[in-house]
Design a protein around this ligand. Structure first.
Ligand code: SAM
Length: 284
């Protein structure tokens, strides 16, 4: 059956261009264009937006984003074998798709885009988490992007959206939820991909907040959460001993029980403690 964009089905694209999946590049492709359009729709109305896509591969999600009306897509792909397939898509959508061959961890393509900007990607696990952390920690807030629609292993998606008290709650949850709304919008079984990975996946949609949910210095909050969750089973008075002299007094000053554990603290409490420690440092 012909696709709505008049381009060949993705299985045919893969055969024509010899795109056998490479494990080293985390290649698990989405070949169902109904599914890629559904993922693209999770990114919201794209008609007024430039979209950055990382890792387009044979172009399933790229086609979804364009068919759903993205004003323009800039796609960064490390695997040069995919470029001819992506050029065919660019020809079907004149002036709307630009492809850069390169490693998304080494180049920053955001400067090439015109706001409003949204980001969408189905990436290998390690690259995805590292890029998420970078996108969430820009030098200035609000960031240049409005939203991120990203596929992760289900377990990582749960760490991003986790609430206090759960095993998944940790640094990634604090970082994601401090300055963004983060929710799981779609769950996918392994069989949705070719080849099928071992684990399930999920799409997380993050919307940047205009301001952080609670005030705090980003560097202090980052250090505090790293230290607190490094020894998540320990009581905070022990886990945070190295953060400041008299840590028990600082914890009490912001109404946190020094015998509590990191995984029980709300985001607002982490921010209050970060402010307390910043003030103490400035005074000392
Ligand atoms: N978006 C396609 C899809 O959904 O079918 C492909 C997804 S596949 C999971 C990940 C893609 O990211 C592959 O095309 C791979 O070559 C590419 N990739 C892996 N590491 C990358 C990196 N550091 N920079 C850019 N692309 C990368």
């Amino acid at each position: 059956m012909a696709a709505i964009d008049g381009l060949p089905p993705l299985r045919e694209v893969i055969t024509t261009h010899g795109l056998a999946a490479r494990k080293s590049l985390g290649q698990n492709f989405l070949l169902d264009l109904n599914l890629t359009a559904k993922i693209a729709r999770q990114a919201g109305d794209l008609s007024q937006c430039d979209v950055l896509e990382i890792g387009p591969g044979p172009g399933g999600l790229t086609r979804g984003l364009l068919a759903e009306g993205a004003r323009r897509v800039l796609a960064v792909e490390k695997d040069a074998r995919c470029l001819p397939a992506l050029e065919e898509i660019a020809r079907a959508y004149p002036g709307r798709l630009e492809v850069i061959e390169g490693d998304a961890l080494k180049i920053d393509p955001l400067a090439h885009l015109t706001p409003p900007i949204r980001i969408a990607a189905n990436l290998p696990y390690n690259v995805g988490t590292e890029l998420l952390v970078r996108w969430l920690t820009p030098p200035q807030w609000p960031p240049v992007w409005q939203s991120l629609t990203l596929m992760f292993q289900r377990e990582v998606a749960e760490r991003i959206t986790a609430l206090p008290g759960s095993k998944a709650y940790g640094r990634l949850a604090i970082l994601s939820q401090w300055r963004a709304d983060a929710r799981i919008v779609l769950s996918l079984p392994p069989e949705a991909f070719t080849p099928a990975p071992k684990v399930s996946s999920a799409v997380v949609h993050l919307t940047a907040l205009a301001e952080p949910r609670y005030p705090a210095d980003p560097a202090m909050l980052s250090r505090l959460t790293a230290t607190a969750f490094q020894q998540r089973r320990k009581m905070l008075r022990a886990a945070l001993k190295g953060m400041a002299p008299g840590i028990e007094d600082h914890l009490r000053a912001v109404d946190i029980d020094p015998t509590a554990r990191a995984e029980t603290l709300e985001l607002s409490q982490f921010c209050a403690l970060a402010r307390q420690l910043s003030t103490a440092r400035a005074a000392g």
